[in-house]
Every structure is written in structure tokens, then in C-alpha cells.
Unconditional design. Structure first.
Length: 265
């Protein structure tokens, strides 16, 4: 499911440029309040909302116009009273209403207003129609896509450039690994979700822009994460395509990475 929220705020609210951690924590907090039906569904998938093991979500950057930016303080001052945010979750659409209600009654705490903590409240929402995905699609990254690989002779994971020779291999390795983890490490082939003979392909469209995001303390112990904004064409089995579209491409989508939209002509 994919939902665009309009959140109200006070004019003059100041938020950090790197706000991804706060939104990630908000989504976790929202899901932790799930009722018995939604909690049981997530448990049946093999996850627990209370311990934050369900990470099959991503989100877009905030649409905050108009604003003023203080580069020295690394802050945005919001000059309007509304921001927009798209949240994408790999969950059965049958639970859309329950998820929306959870977001409605859980304010997002982000930034400061007049010296105190600022709150953003959901005022409107729009459920996006199910994407018509095929086995070859073109996307544009709304939030940076982060892919790492290990160089020969080194033990340290390196952030890969989207035009590097090894990028496609790591791109698909991470996608399949995350999909298999989401299926509780059962055989994707036996489940009919992945044909090993499918010719998966990745193609960069245009030029990529690098983004370095500084993070607050998180479960993976990451202080910062580099990703890239770019457009691309990808061929993969439809179940894997759907998983990546809703749960995010690349690594650490739950921290605000890998959210994509369909590329328009």
C-alpha cells in the first residue's frame, strides 16, 4: 500500500535538513499501536511490531514548500502550514483503513516551534491506486537509493556508484536477499515468486546525484548513509518488482531510502 499524507504544522516551525530518522521512528511508533487484527497479520508474516522487526516500508522526502534554508545550522524554516509525505508499505491493502487510522491519531514530532517540540498532524490522506507493474519498468528515485558492495581484497563495504560495473550485481543481490528475508527465508522459487532463469537487467537513465544523509541513533548503528538520486530501467520478476516498489529499493529503505515513483515520459 502507498498513502500520501498532508500534515498540518505551525508556520515558522524549524526542522533539521536530515529528518529521515524522525520519520522512520514515527512509522515504527504508528505500527506499534496496531490493533489485534493488524498485529496478528504482521505476526503471520513473521514479524513483530513491538520489537520493530517489521521494516518493509519506505517513505518519500517531505514536500515542505515554501521554506527558508539555513545552511550553517542545517535547518529548514517552514513558511507554510502544511507538508506532504508519501509512506509506502509492503502490506496487504485490506489493512489500509486500519493503517490510516493509526497515522491519523499519532502526531509526528519533528523540529521545534517557539522553543518547544513541534508536532505535525495528519489532516488529509490519499491512498494511491495499485501500481500497474510489469516485468520491465522505468522508475525515478524520490529518496536516495543506497547500494554497497565489497571490493576485492577489502573487508569494508563501499557505497557503489549507479554507473559502476558491479552495481547491477549488488542491486539485484540486495533486492533478492531482502525479498527472501521478507518471506522468512523460504525458497522463492518453490513459492513461485522467483524464476532463476529470468534475465534480470538494470540500466541507468541519465546522471545520478549523490546524497549523504546524517542519521540519529538507529538499530543498525549507522551514523550516515550515502545514496543516489537517479532514473533507471529495471527488468525483474513481477513479485520482486512489486516488493521493491512498495518496500523500497536498495539498502535501509526504512531509514528513508529507496522510495521510487513511476518515471513519466
Amino acid at each position: 500500500m502507498r498513502i500520501q499524507f498532508s500534515l498540518s504544522c505551525q508556520k515558522g516551525t524549524v526542522i533539521p535538513i536530515n529528518y529521515q530518522s524522525e520519520i522512520s521512528n514515527w512509522v515504527f511508533t504508528v505500527l506499534s499501536k496496531a490493533g489485534s487484527e493488524l498485529s496478528q497479520h504482521i505476526q503471520q508474516l513473521g514479524f513483530d511490531v513491538g520489537t520493530r522487526t517489521f521494516r518493509l516500508f519506505t517513505f518519500s522526502p517531505l514536500a515542505i514548500y515554501p521554506y527558508e534554508m539555513d545552511q550553517a545550522r542545517q535547518e529548514f524554516k517552514l513558511l507554510g502550514q502544511q507538508v506532504k509525505l508519501t509512506v509506502s508499505l509492503y502490506l496487504d491493502p485490506a489493512y489500509e483503513y486500519q493503517v490510516i487510522q493509526l497515522f491519523r491519531y499519532t502526531p509526528l514530532e519533528l523540529g521545534v516551534f517557539e522553543g518547544g517540540p513541534a508536532q505535525f498532524n495528519v489532516k488529509h490522506w490519499q491512498v494511491q491506486p495499485k501500481a500497474l507493474l510489469k516485468d520491465t519498468m522505468q522508475f525515478r528515485a524520490l529518496s536516495p537509493i543506497s547500494i554497497t558492495g565489497v571490493e576485492e581484497g577489502k573487508n569494508v563495504h563501499q557505497f557503489l556508484l549507479p554507473d559502476s560495473d558491479a552495481y547491477d550485481i549488488s542491486f539485484f543481490n540486495h533486492a533478492v536477499r531482502r525479498f527472501k528475508a521478507a518471506m522468512q527465508y523460504r525458497s522463492l522459487m518453490a513459492l513461485g515468486l522467483l524464476d532463476p532463469s529470468f534475465p534480470m537487467q538494470y540500466r541507468l537513465l541519465g546522471q545520478a546525484k549523490s546524497r549523504l544523509i546524517h542519521l540519529k541513533p538507529n538499530m543498525d548503528g549507522l551514523a550516515q548513509l550515502r545514496g543516489f538520486l537517479y532514473e533507471f530501467e529495471v527488468s525483474m520478476p513481477k513479485p520482486l518488482m512489486e516488493f521493491c516498489y512498495y518496500a523500497g529499493f536498495g539498502e535501509y529503505p526504512y531509514l528513508g531510502f529507496g522510495c521510487v515513483d513511476l518515471k513519466t515520459p
